[in-house]
Design a protein around this ligand. Structure first.
Ligand SMILES: [Cu+2]
Length: 190
């Protein structure tokens, strides 16, 4: 089992033509891999993003390890993880990493962590095409879901649109914008 906890990748833009600023807040996701009674890692393969943490949990009665295969560009070794204990590791470089338990790799206790690089959205080119519209450009990843939120005070945010990016760079237009200053931010959806 693995759990995806709060995954928010946020870009922020001020909703005035002159007041463009951008900031990113990235919250890492936590994943869990079980070391099982049957000498397996569950799940055996996992795809995560840079900055995410994987925690191995030993649900067996024997010791196990999470140890990167030799030649890894981002090596790790948990040492002995005792029954009922866990060992977390944050992954900070992209790549595909095979690993094993040093005691049970001959029994097939192996796994793979694939770490994708993160491309957070950036916002640019704010403009007001007319008095009731506010538009800006989102640079992200084609096919990725982005949730657009707006706020008048940077405290209370309201989602106003969910877009699947038709291309890596696309425009968003709020067609019911007011003349009051509003802030916009974009979250990467799950
Ligand atoms: Cu083992």
């Amino acid at each position: 089992m693995n759990k995806r906890l709060n995954k928010l990748k946020i870009a922020l833009v001020a909703g005035t033509v002159l007041g463009l600023f951008a900031a990113r807040i990235v919250f890492a996701t936590k994943y869990f891999v079980n070391m099982t009674l049957s000498y397996t890692f569950d799940p055996p393969s996992l795809t995560i993003e840079v900055g995410d943490t994987v925690t191995w949990f030993n649900q067996d009665i024997e010791d196990h390890t999470s140890t990167s295969d030799s030649g890894s560009t981002d090596p790790w070794d948990s040492g002995d993880v005792h029954s009922g204990d866990s060992w977390p590791r944050q992954f900070n470089s992209p790549g595909t990493f095979n690993y094993h338990c040093i005691y049970h790799f001959n029994q097939g206790m192996t796994g793979t962590i694939t770490v994708n690089s993160v491309v957070p959205p950036t916002l640019s080119s704010p403009m007001r095409p007319n008095n009731s519209q506010f538009q800006f450009t989102i640079s992200g990843t084609v096919g990725q879901t982005y949730i657009i939120e707006t706020s008048g005070n940077l405290a209370n945010w309201v989602a106003i649109a969910t877009n699947v990016a038709p291309s890596n760079v696309f425009n968003y237009t709020n067609t019911s914008a007011t003349n009051l200053t509003h802030f916009y931010r974009v979250k990467q959806g799950l």
